[in-house]
Write a protein that binds this ligand. Structure first.
Ligand code: HAM
Length: 428
């Protein structure tokens, strides 16, 4: 047998898998609620290719970042270097430039849902192909009201999904005016304690000292906790931006913790960064990550543009769903129709057609099973109701509808049947 590639998942109907983040019903909940949040806040959908020129990510994501090192990159037959996208912000900004969206008055607010690829070591909540849902707000304004509204939307979304056990961490990582001096100071401070740090930190110290702050190694933590933070070194405009952002969160009653050592794994960020961490998830506990990336458009050859957005892994959001929401979402047929004999089979197929036209999820046995076997299938599929068509039913036009859970039966004509079955559909 040929099995799936390591680090990838088949997302299946729940009845075929025990893995909570591989159940399609949960994915549907997460996606549908997201689309609803995006509709309310005025975001439009965009779909970009999963394959892009490697250069896009080298310039956007940065060459010395983990995300870049984890890319699936190959040379195409014509010698062009292409990569499977490790994230979508760079792609969305490319599309924004390529289609002249910057000519629009006002902000362009886009959202996307789709697979991403990173060649990481697979573990719970971490895959080589995973799906992200993300938003990007692009335009000429860097008003902190943009950040606050996007976080308000995220807050609304989490409430819809009844996800409560999370922590929001925010930070400002400054801009090109204040960050270089901070990085210099950080480099010096790391240099003094280099011997106490892991190999990974040592390497980051050379290539990208800011990333040292992101090391998860236990033994590095005491040192990291003593490294200087950027907070005291922010320039006045960055500080004012951050203060305003915080005030707007306070106004909305959105709780957060300022995490002065929160740096993100991508090079394009400037000023505001944030992460939403789930308390139930284990090692891979960052559900949502985002931030401001003014200047990314210029880095990839476009006009000066401001940007802010976030993305979350669908798998991690699914793993954070409360059990109650997950179980009520299982899809089962509302009614399963079994029959006795050839004439009844034709009658059943026609009845199913009419029920479906009226909105009912109806299944009919198509395999010519004996009645008992057909009802066993109905049971297995967890159909809410079953009904059996025989000569009596054909003649009278009345059907005995059986509630599969309670065993209760009632005799109904077709219009009563439709009413009851549609009600059952509605309260799912
Ligand atoms: P990121 O922090 O690299 O940011 O990824 C965002 C989220 O994607 C993570 O918090 C996590 O939920 C999920 N994720 C990342 N890697 C994996 C993986 N290997 N397996 C499963 N889930 C994963 C970005 O990608 C930015 N583009 C976010 C952004 C949008 N910033 C501004 N706009």
């Amino acid at each position: 047998m040929i099995s799936k590639v390591r680090g990838t998942q088949d997302i299946l109907p729940a009845r075929f898998t025990d893995k909570p983040d591989a159940q399609i019903e949960s994915w549907a909940i997460v996606e549908q609620a997201a689309r609803e949040a995006f509709r309310r806040y005025g975001f439009e959908e965009i779909r970009t290719p999963i394959i892009e020129r490697t250069e896009l990510f080298e310039r956007g994501v940065g060459t010395d970042t983990d995300v870049n090192k984890e890319m699936y990159t190959f040379e195409d037959r014509d010698g062009e270097r292409v990569s499977l996208r490790p994230e979508s912000t760079a792609s969305v900004v490319r599309a924004y430039i390529e289609h002249g969206m910057f000519n629009q008055p006002g902000l362009v607010k886009l959202y996307y849902i789709g697979p991403q690829f990173r060649r990481e070591r697979p573990q719970k909540g971490r895959y080589r192909q995973f799906a992200q849902i993300g938003v990007e707000v692009l335009g000429q304004s860097d008003n902190p009201a943009i950040e606050a509204e996007v976080l308000e939307m995220l807050d609304w979304y989490l409430k819809q999904l009844q996800i409560t056990d999370t922590e929001l961490y925010i930070n400002s990582i400054g801009d090109e005016n204040c960050r270089p001096a901070y990085i210099e100071q950080l480099r010096l401070a790391i240099g003094e304690r280099l011997g106490e740090l892991c190999g990974n930190c040592k390497q980051r110290y050379e290539t990208n000292p800011l990333r040292v702050l992101d090391c998860k190694e236990e033994r590095c933590q005491p040192v990291l906790n003593q490294l200087p933070t950027i907070t005291e070194m922010l320039c006045d405009p960055c500080r004012a931006h951050f203060d305003e952002f915080r005030a707007l969160l306070d106004e909305r009653g959105i709780a957060y913790t300022v995490a002065p050592r929160l740096v993100r794994g991508l090079d394009y960020y400037k000023r505001t960064t944030f992460e939403l961490v789930g308390n139930q998830l284990g090692a891979q506990n960052t559900i949502v990550g985002g931030g401001r990336y003014d200047g990314l458009a210029e880095m990839i050859g476009g006009p000066a543009t401001k940007g802010f957005g976030f993305a979350f892994g669908v798998e991690r959001m699914v793993l954070s769903l409360p059990e109650a929401i997950v179980t009520t979402s299982r899809r089962a047929p509302t009614v399963y129709i079994a029959y006795i004999g050839d004439q009844a089979r034709r009658h059943s197929l026609a009845l199913a057609r009419r029920l479906r036209a009226a909105g009912v999820a109806a299944l009919v046995d198509l395999e010519g099973r004996k009645l008992k076997k057909a009802l066993a299938v109905a049971n297995h599929l967890a159909a809410r109701y079953s009904l059996i068509v025989g000569d009596d039913e054909i003649q009278s036009g009345n059907y005995m509808l059986r509630n599969m859970t309670s065993g209760e039966q009632q005799r109904l004509d077709e219009s009563q049947l439709i009413t009851i079955l549609n009600d059952a559909n509605a309260d799912r």
